[in-house]
Design a protein around this ligand. Structure first.
Ligand SMILES: Cc1cc2nc3c(=O)[nH]c(=O)nc-3n(C[C@H](O)[C@H](O)[C@H](O)COP(=O)(O)OP(=O)(O)OC[C@H]3O[C@@H](n4cnc5c(N)ncnc54)[C@H](O)[C@@H]3O)c2cc1C
Length: 429
């Protein structure tokens, strides 16, 4: 069911836009209710990023659990969900990830209609460049696995890449001479704010309380169970509490008594340039020795791009010059045409890097506490799938088949889901 079921908001439509346009835009309702906390709920979700908001929406829309609060210490979407480079794809090759990310991509494909909110999902394709035979073989293995799992993906020769993206550096003496690429046509980008706002509006319409400026400062334990939280706005009780706080996961896990999780907080930066004329109509990505780079062009014309993590633990949500230097160098390797474009802004988010690079959507060993974390720098694309699976896990007290491998105890049993094969080094995933 979309938001129409119990909708307490007016639907957005072309007719509404026309009507509002003719009446000075004075009749729009707030997109969601700015709720104050009640003493108790059925479910509390900590974290008003995309994952928390999507979880609340699917709890209400699929499982009929509407007495839900989303507690956000700042403003919704103020964390990583509003700070990322918005790449959405499902080119994963390891059991545990493959079905999950494809499920998420399928949800993206119908999301604007389901939420009655334009999340600006644009399936402009995702092109992964390769420069060496070894890279080609690695990517071929990944894309063959995808095809075997019914996920789209194609191999492109250098000539085909050149036809698709003429502005790359095709010179034979380039630092990274382009040999070809692997392409996922259904991949693309979306508007990050719109995803947060769309889920918030749809969840609020179904009765969920979205509570901003409400920081969780402690957990209420009773008979070995978590029965609520202490917040900057008082105590709030619930039988079930779900955490979806990304880079703050370790801090809250410690407060809850979960101990040390296989997660580290690292920072990732992104950049946007001044708007330029249409230049790039797909996402371009590469990984090479001492370089990792991804770029797309926003609908406003800005080039949105990023590279590697800072490489050390941090809670700082700001940029710095060494990474600027590194990412600009990576850009010049493949897109020298951008050399004179000015960068307008640079920022950072705090990644919840897991030891194997894969996420957790799971019950915990503490009754009443559920965990959604470990998204590393790939959790934007996961928002719909993660919310869907986390809601199922909370509602039924067991995982859905799709997230059944995304547990904390996979480390206990040596069943890591190490997509990149880098081993237990979070900063390498
Ligand atoms: C620069 C950058 C580029 C990225 N690029 C991509 C990309 O191209 N594609 C992709 O798929 N992913 C990308 N990601 C990753 C993606 O953005 C994240 O994995 C995803 O947004 C995580 O969503 P979330 O809801 O878990 O976390 P967040 O959006 O960070 O939400 C967590 C929320 O919890 C709140 N919170 C924390 N502590 C408390 C507390 N004590 N009480 C109450 N609230 C609390 C925070 O304020 C925050 O709003 C990128 C990230 C960054 C930073």
């Amino acid at each position: 069911m979309g938001i129409d079921g119990k909708a307490r908001v007016k639907r957005y439509s072309a007719l509404q836009i026309l009507k509002q346009g003719l009446t000075g835009h004075t009749g729009w309702q707030p997109a969601w209710r700015d709720a104050s906390p009640k003493p108790a709920y059925d479910v509390i979700i900590i974290g008003g990023g995309g994952h928390g908001l999507a979880t609340a929406y699917y709890l209400a829309s699929i499982h009929g659990i509407t007495n839900v609060a989303v507690l956000e210490k700042g403003w919704i979407g103020g964390g990583n969900s509003g700070r990322n480079t918005t790449i959405v794809r499902s080119n994963y090759s390891i059991e545990g990830n493959t079905a999950f990310y494809e499920h998420s991509l399928k949800l993206w494909e119908g999301l604007s209609q389901e939420l009655n909110y334009n999340v600006m999902f644009s399936q402009r394709g995702h092109l992964n460049l390769f420069f060496t035979p070894a890279q080609r073989d690695g990517l071929a293995r990944r894309y063959n696995t995808m095809r075997l799992n019914g996920i789209d993906g194609e191999f492109l020769t250098r000539a085909q890449v050149e036809k698709m993206v003429p502005h790359l550096n095709y010179s034979d003496d380039a630092r990274f001479p382009i040999m070809g690429g692997f392409f996922q046509a259904r991949a693309g980008t979306a508007r990050h704010d719109a995803v947060n706002w769309g889920y918030a509006r749809a969840a609020s319409a179904l009765g969920v309380d979205i509570i901003q400026n409400c920081e969780v400062t402690g957990f209420i334990h009773q008979a070995g169970q978590i029965v609520g939280v202490e917040t900057s706005r008082g105590e709030i009780r619930a039988e079930k509490t779900g955490m979806a706080v990304a880079g703050s996961t370790s801090l809250l896990a410690k407060m809850a008594g979960l101990g040390k999780l296989p997660i580290e907080s690292h920072k990732l930066q992104a950049f946007v340039s001044e708007p330029i004329k249409p230049f790039l109509d797909t996402v371009v990505v590469y990984s090479a020795y001492h370089g990792h780079f991804y770029i797309s062009q926003s609908d406003k014309g800005g080039m949105v791009f990023g590279g590697d993590l800072d490489g050390h633990n941090s809670y700082a949500q700001r940029g710095n010059l060494p990474i600027y230097n590194n990412v600009a160098g990576c850009a010049m390797n493949v897109m020298p045409a951008l050399g004179r474009v000015k960068v307008l802004r640079q920022w950072a988010g705090i990644m919840d890097m897991s030891m194997d690079g894969s996420p957790f959507i799971t019950k915990t060993d503490i009754d009443g506490l559920y965990l959604n974390a470990g998204w590393c720098y790939g959790g934007f694309k996961a928002i719909p799938g993660s919310g869907w699976c986390f809601a199922h896990t909370i509602a039924h007290d067991r995982p859905h088949e799709i997230n059944s491998l995304l547990t904390l105890d996979r480390f206990k049993y040596g069943r890591q889901i190490d997509e990149s094969g880098h081993g237990p080094f979070p900063k390498s995933h």
